[in-house]
Design a protein around this ligand. Structure first.
Ligand SMILES: C[S@@+](CC[C@H](N)C(=O)[O-])C[C@H]1O[C@@H](n2cnc3c(N)ncnc32)[C@H](O)[C@@H]1O
Length: 265
């Protein structure tokens, strides 16, 4: 009887083992298929899997001081404007960190992409030195909105608006001298999954002079922005907790912007 049992084990065991290996193989194949077909970009970033984050540590002084300023700043604005209430939402909105960064870094040339009702341009005008210049881009004229800007802001050429689309390479080239001169670029345009990618691509393709220059990217937590944000290899820092709840990214583009081409696949 015991011999019978032993013989059964000897015969059944290898058979079971082979079956197990085959099942594992099939399972692994299925899993990798699911992974490939459903791969999604994750907003999760870490030093190990994102070189830009590691490099971003060099911006610590700028970040700490801008945040410290943002905690203290109290923005006072025209209460009759319907969107004024957003200025002082902190954290949650990006206006105080924008003002805080401008106060600390004192940029001389600022580019604001996406004028809309002029809230970001207003901050730029009020928190930068009086000899600085602010250039804002939109496809719609500033005075078509219930704007925080007024005609006087444009009088002494401190503020200029261009109705130009910087995702177009020819238009971008037209403004290259200005873009190269910029100390700060605030990118807050349509977030349609196209414009920001093309703008950043145009930036990456251009030869910019080496000087201190920052890019602030709004809405980096939007699903269609995650891939772009993750693909940036230049020094970067996610400052969402002190900026816009939908994501605020700070990138050091002093020596241009370095991108993983995977952003455009
Ligand atoms: C979120 S709003 C900008 C808000 C503004 N920065 C503020 O703080 O008040 C986005 C703006 O981007 C503009 N826009 C859309 N497509 C654009 C493009 N291709 N170039 C520049 N601006 C664009 C829209 O007309 C809109 O006014």
């Amino acid at each position: 009887m015991r011999y019978k049992l032993l013989l059964k084990k000897i015969l059944v065991f290898p058979f079971r083992k082979v079956k197990e290996v085959l099942c594992h193989f099939k399972y692994k194949k299925e899993i990798s298929k699911i992974y490939k077909n459903n791969f999604i970009w994750s907003a999760q970033i870490g030093i190990v899997d994102d070189v830009g984050v590691k490099r971003g540590l060099k911006m610590s002084e700028t970040i700490i001081n801008s945040i410290s300023n943002a905690f203290k700043i109290d923005l006072k604005y025209n209460q009759t404007k319907i969107d004024s209430k957003y200025f002082n939402i902190f954290p949650g909105e990006h206006y105080r960190i924008l003002a805080g960064l401008i106060e600390y870094e004192k940029p001389k040339t600022i580019i604001d992409i996406g004028t809309s009702s002029g809230m970001s341009s207003r901050i730029m005008l009020d928190y930068s030195n009086k000899d600085s210049e602010i250039v804002t881009f939109d496809l719609i004229r500033w005075d078509k909105f219930d704007s925080h800007l007024n005609k006087n802001d444009f009088k002494d050429s401190r503020l200029t608006q261009y109705l130009d689309d910087l995702s177009n390479i020819e238009t971008f080239k037209k403004h290259l001298i200005l873009i190269d001169k910029a100390d700060l670029i605030f990118l807050d345009a349509p977030k349609d999954g196209i414009f920001e990618y093309l703008f950043v691509k145009n930036l990456a393709k251009s030869k910019l002079s080496n000087k201190k220059r920052f890019l602030i990217l709004d809405d980096i937590k939007f699903l269609n922005m995650v891939k772009l944000w993750r693909s940036i290899k230049s020094p970067k820092f996610d400052i969402t907790s002190f900026g816009h709840a939908s994501g605020t990214g700070l990138v050091d583009i002093s020596s241009n912007i370095e991108l993983d081409p995977i952003a455009f696949i």
